[in-house]
Ligand binder design. Structure first.
Ligand code: FE2
Ligand code: FE2
Length: 412
């Protein structure tokens, strides 16, 4: 363990917890903690296994990611530690080599334990030097409650008689959590909260682990639509689908990410069907600043609140998508391309009832997006003024900004 600074001095009972930890989750942690307490272990050392480089693809995390996730997961437990020994060892990794290395670092009277699954125990004769391994350390087989133990019990008896092995079995309900399932959930953009420590969840998000081959996040639009059907009226739901179609079309024209455009469009009105009183209450709860225009016209809140709802109820963390939702009603000066796309798509989607200037704005949108933004702003502000409504300062700033751009042809 040349690269490790393990604190195992004075430890008389040390357990090794091996695994790919791709990613580490509460099942592993609960198993390790249970073994520690039941068998009076001083230190549990988590050892992420090495993996041949050719086995790495974007659906699996690299050695370094797995090591760092394990470090994050165990940092709060003074009885846990992580070793790099297997990921730093060149060539094929064998448990016997790891245990021998560890043995050299401990005093003679230190007892070693190896924690593994019951399935692995059944396979142990296929490992390198199994008879030596079974003598060098005690084995602890952790199982989930529903697994069959018939074969395991037979094997344990055989290993005891033949090699003098010492094997304990412990049932760990939390082992129903699986790394495979967590990877699948991330890939399908489903929540992984409460399956693993928050720090590991954040690490996975920040590093775009377990996404598709390009490392790009994929969105589960089926699930988004299912939720939207409950949150919106039928009419609003259909409008949302129309905005999504238009947003993807505009994203194609202006080289914007089509997946992001679709998701932002689907969610742009996610808070639209919340009653005014509830909407104001939620704004206060989420800390959305309520200015006098929003207080006087609470229906305008839905875009600012929509950002928070998308983040909290639909698990959207992408800043571009969130800001496109946030500003889809007011707009603002110097909008991003995605913000402009959602702002315009909302206005010109094919489900909109025809009104003066709609067709012209639609055609402009396909050719000059800034001019189309200006047209949308101008028409909306004029319409609202006629109705005696207050105009939000962000819209006025945007109108000023885009009118200057159009007049001066200054698109910096
Ligand atoms: Fe809206
Ligand atoms: Fe809308």
């Amino acid at each position: 363990m040349r690269n490790d600074i393990l604190n195992i001095k004075n430890c008389k009972r040390i357990a090794v917890m091996g695994g790919t930890f791709d990613p580490i989750h509460y099942g592993h942690l609960v198993a390790a903690e249970t073994v520690r307490q039941e068998l009076d272990i001083d230190k549990v050392i988590f050892i992420p296994t090495g993996r041949p480089p050719h086995k790495i693809n974007s659906r699996l995390a690299s050695d370094e990611h797995r090591y760092l996730m394990t470090v994050l997961a165990v940092v709060t437990n003074p009885h846990f530690d992580v070793s790099r020994t297997e990921i730093d060892r060149p060539g094929t990794t064998y448990t016997i080599d790891t245990i021998r290395e560890l043995r050299k670092k401990c005093s003679d009277d230190t007892e070693l334990f190896f924690i593994t699954g019951a399935d692995a125990i059944n396979q142990i004769l296929t490992w390198k030097d199994p008879e030596v391994l079974l003598k060098l350390c005690h084995f602890v087989a952790v199982t989930r409650p529903d697994s069959s133990t018939v074969k395991f019990t037979e094997n344990v008896k055989y290993y005891k008689e033949k090699f003098g092995a010492d094997i304990t079995m412990l049932e760990i309900p939390a082992l129903a959590i699986s790394s495979t399932d967590i990877r699948k959930r991330v890939f399908e953009n489903k929540t992984i909260k409460y399956l693993l420590p928050e720090s590991v969840e954040q690490y996975i998000i920040n590093n775009s682990l377990y996404t598709d081959d390009t490392g790009k996040k994929t969105y589960n639009t089926d699930l988004i639509n299912k939720k939207l059907r409950h949150a919106l009226t039928e009419q609003r739901y259909l409008h949302t689908q129309g905005v999504a179609e238009m947003a993807v079309r505009l994203a194609g024209i202006y080289n914007e990410d089509k997946d992001k455009a679709r998701v932002a469009a689907l969610l742009h009105d996610c808070a639209k069907c919340i009653e005014n009183d509830e909407s104001l209450r939620l704004c206060r709860e989420y800390g959305v600043p309520l200015d006098e225009v929003l207080l006087a016209q609470p229906d305008l809140c839905h875009s600012f609140l929509g950002e928070k709802v998308a983040e909290n109820d639909y698990d959207i963390s992408d800043k571009d998508i969130l800001s496109a939702i946030k500003y889809h009603t007011t707009g603002h000066a110097a909008m991003t391309m995605l913000e402009k796309i959602i702002f315009i798509a909302d206005y010109i989607e094919f489900g909109r009832k025809n009104f003066d200037g709609l067709e012209e704005t639609r055609n402009t949108a396909y050719e000059d997006i800034d001019k189309a933004v200006y047209m949308c702003l101008k028409q909306t502000i004029d319409f609202n003024r006629k109705k005696g409504r207050l105009i939000h300062f962000l819209s006025l700033e945007a109108l000023n900004y885009y009118s200057n751009i159009i007049e001066k042809g200054d698109k910096t």
